[in-house]
Design a protein around this ligand. Structure first.
Ligand code: SUD
Ligand code: ADP
Length: 321
């Protein structure tokens, strides 16, 4: 009898920006306690998981060369973790993962975490698992601090390492311009640099989170712009001093405010409207302060299976007169 091979599953997953990233002291386990407000943005990766006799990971798209295609890829670690969790053979999971990157690599936008979250959602569907989002989030948290939020999407308040989430309501969409850098920054190095700067007595810590939650609820981008804050920003700028110029250029171009996204080096600029974001993006891309710019909006949903009719279709062949 012929075995029925399930069709491949494609999952779309968003990047994140931290609207507020308050970092506590270094813990004994090497992590820092965080109080953060995440927002999921319409800058996405697409992951396809398929049953196969030729297992492995393929990476395509922007920055693919900088992403490991072997067992250290976070998506592959997600395959192994979920297989082990549900009692499948994690040493030979017979799965192929194809990653299409749209999220900048090592950009402080949770690209690797997004791929891990998408892989969990894809495999739950491919393997027809009877597993709830909470159980999936527990597996996600073993893979990285940001992975649960990539499953969750929307807006959320993150505590602990960032893995404990409470949904946060917001009104309206917010419009962003993202300035992508030529080279990434390593997350652990930025946390180390922040500890070093604190040992030297600098810099001041950001304010409390409550006003940020109120601004999100109000939906007023001007109110939110005044409150964007990131305790890792000074460390990212210390390691990459050109970011100071990028942050200034975005505001000069008409953004309401700019902030380094997570551990950087991507800079995120909050704009008044969709039209303003397009204008800011055009001006910023001519300013020579970043590799490229993207326009995005948030919040958007977390990792989600792409229904067949929504899948990115190949471009139609050119029509000749
Ligand atoms: C800084 C943030 C903010 O959202 O995002 P990114 O800039 O990476 O996107 C996250 O906390 C990153 O989360 P993630 O990228 O999943 O980090 P993990 O793999 O869990 O940890 C990588 C390393 O970062 C440091 N780390 C991470 C999280 C945390 N709360 N405290 C830490 O000190 C530790 O040195 C850890 O070994
Ligand atoms: N699927 C993946 N996508 C991107 N990076 C990955 C992936 N798997 C492992 N990595 C590694 O994780 C590092 C951090 O990348 P990423 O998650 O994109 O950035 P950040 O932690 O700044 O949000 C990269 O330098 C890369 O080597």
């Amino acid at each position: 009898m012929l075995a029925v091979v399930p069709p491949p599953i494609t999952v779309r997953v968003p990047a994140k920006v931290n609207l507020h990233l308050g970092v506590g002291d270094l813990r004994e386990d090497g992590y820092h306690d965080l109080i953060t407000v995440f927002q999921a943005l319409s800058l996405t990766d697409e992951i396809t998981v398929a049953a196969t006799d030729d297992p492995g990971v393929e990476v395509h798209g922007e920055g693919a060369d900088a992403v490991p295609a072997g067992p250290t890829n976070l998506a592959w670690r997600a395959v192994e973790a979920l297989a082990a969790h549900v009692g499948r053979n994690s040493a030979d999971p017979k799965v192929r993962v194809v990653i299409n990157k749209g999220i900048p690599v090592a950009g402080g936008m949770a690209g690797g975490s997004a791929d891990a979250a998408a892989t969990l959602v894809g495999l739950a569907s491919l393997w027809k698992l009877d597993i709830g989002r909470d159980e999936l989030a527990d597996v996600a948290a073993t893979l990285g601090s940001d992975v649960p939020f990539c499953l969750h999407g929307g807006n959320a308040l993150g505590t602990g390492r960032g893995e404990r989430l409470v949904p946060v309501l917001s009104r309206h969409s917010f419009h962003w311009v993202l300035a992508l850098a030529r080279r990434g920054l390593s997350t652990p190095s930025v946390f180390h640099e922040m500890d070093r700067l604190r040992d030297e007595g600098r810099p001041p810590r950001i304010g409390s989170v409550e006003p940020v939650l109120e601004a999100l609820a109000s939906g007023d981008p001007r109110q939110l712009a005044l409150l964007l804050g990131n305790d890792l920003q000074a460390a990212a700028v210390s390691l990459r001093p050109t970011l100071r110029r990028t942050l200034r250029a975005g505001v000069d171009a008409g953004a309401l405010a700019g902030v380094v996204s997570g551990s950087g080096p991507t800079c995120a600029f909050l704009c008044e409207s969709a039209a303003s974001a397009v204008q800011v993006a055009a001006e910023l891309s001519g300013a020579g302060v970043c590799r490229t710019v993207r326009v995005a909006q948030g919040p958007v949903p977390g990792a989600k299976v792409v229904q067949r009719e929504d899948q990115t279709r190949p471009a139609p062949p050119p029509v000749h007169a």
